[in-house]
Write a protein that binds this ligand. Structure first.
Ligand code: SF4
Ligand code: SF4
Length: 172
């Protein structure tokens, strides 16, 4: 049997509209003096918390050698299959024998899960706080080894957005 629902009938107070208007203004007033959560992006940049998974970087030793030994553990762990590595003999004397001749990441395929960072036995690949990167073509979103090393230089000592020294952890 069909159920007939009576349509909404506005009351006398509803028809006045003022109670609803005042109620809405009270909500505005309540939030007006609260601390703002919005920011004036892009003039003002959001500073992500520690552990944020943004643009990747390839880490280096203090003497400038690339930490990566081209073992390809990261690409094996990558669920998006977006890391392409070509290994080759390391150009420097002593230490690690292999290094990546080519190391590309397709940022359009990456889901920023951080599995590559977790799988790396050399702490060579790391996800940084950088989130506002873009390009006009798909090809430009394929970051290569030089690009990854550049990100390392930009983020090794300081937070990319707040410019705070990364070695100085805030007191807890
Ligand atoms: S963050 Fe995840 S998806 Fe992106 S490259 Fe690393 S493992 Fe692959
Ligand atoms: S980044 Fe780490 S896991 Fe990936 S190839 Fe280099 S050493 Fe291996």
């Amino acid at each position: 049997m069909a159920i007939i629902t009576k349509s909404y009938e506005p009351t006398f107070w509803d028809r006045l509209y003022f109670p609803a208007l005042i109620k809405g203004l009270m909500v505005t007033l309540r939030y007006f003096f609260k601390r703002k959560v919005t920011i004036q992006y892009p003039d003002e940049k959001y500073v992500p918390p520690d552990g944020y998974r943004g643009l990747h970087r390839l880490n280096k030793y203090p003497d400038g050698r690339i930490r990566c030994v081209a073992c390809e553990m990261c690409s094996a762990a990558c669920p998006a299959d977006c890391i392409y590595i070509v290994p080759g003999p390391a150009p420097w004397e002593g230490g690690k024998e292999r290094y990546p001749v080519k190391f590309d990441i397709d940022l359009l395929k990456c889901i920023f899960c951080g599995f590559c960072e977790m799988a790396c036995p050399e702490e060579a690949i790391e996800l940084t706080e950088i989130y506002d990167f873009s390009a006009y073509s798909r090809e430009d979103l394929l970051i290569d080894r030089e690009g990854l090393l550049e990100v390392y230089e930009l983020t090794k000592n300081q937070n990319y957005y707040s410019r705070t020294d990364k070695s100085k952890k805030p007191a807890t």
